[in-house]
Design a protein around this ligand. Sequence first.
Ligand code: HPA
Ligand code: ZN
Length: 333
Amino acid sequence: SPLHPFLLKLPKCEHHIHLEGALTPQLVFHLANKNAIPLPNLPHYQSPEALAARYEAFDSLDDFLNIHYANMSVLITENDFYELAWSYFRAAYADGVHHAEVFFDPQSHTSRSIPIASVINGYKRALDRAGSELGVTSRLIMCFLRHLPVPSAHATFDSATEFIHDGTIHAVGLDSSEVGFPPELFTDVFRKAKDAGLQRTAHGGEEGDISYIKGALDSLKVDRIDHGIRLIEDRELMKAIAAKGTLLTICPLSNVYLRTTKSIASLPLREFLEAGVQFSLHSDDPAYFGGGILNNYCAVEEAFGFNIDEWKTIAIAGVQGSWIDKARKKALV
Ligand code: HPA
Ligand code: ZN
């Protein structure tokens, strides 16, 4: 695209990237070997290339999640988590990211008997290095897996108390299989997070219908919706969300890979812009869905041909929707 140099330079903020989703096929095989973890005896685990090829054939969110969770079994030591996150930050910096609010899934590790401190201390080391060496500021968002029992979310929250009190964890989120796991289940644990001073976001309206967006807003008191593309199905709620300034964190390539949209061009981005719905653009899981944030900006540019003013509107929504103070916002726009 002729706008590529402009899109590269545009100061971008991340709000929707799962650190575990930055685990590349190469790193899966490297860590499996280092940690002596056997990979499943399946054709797509014969080589990193075979694994990457399998990613071109996801047929749903759950099809992806099954492989995503299987791959994470290679993450064992604090240093593994550090290496994973640091590889993400180097790539994000190269893509023109200035500020990154990143998700992680503690339960996918604690369920394998990895201490939550190994996960968080490893990630924190990478966040700190990104700040000091690259000037990339960041926030850590602890997500609950909605397919697991609600008491597991409470136990996870309680086990992270020290990292909540010392500010390492800035917010909570909600991810994994959406349909059948409504947001209302997590009302109490999100209330605990709010009472502890944490910000809140939740995946909603990716595969699930509009009730998953409404429930996240009304019961979980979120101030963002991750994905939220099915908001287009309710014009009244769309108006309300535009008026409130709730940010949607949209992941165009992810939506294509997981078949929640036919094509990028059929995403309702023009409708959202016209209605004043704030949204930002992200990769979701860069190792799985065709690359990082810049590839998503470029794919949207190819499909929509947004002009420079429209791109500025999108980039500014990302800065304004970030969980940072006024001074940092001013430095970013
Ligand atoms: N949706 C739900 N859970 C996830 C996703 C997603 O797009 N990516 C990683 N975990
Ligand atoms: Zn996601």
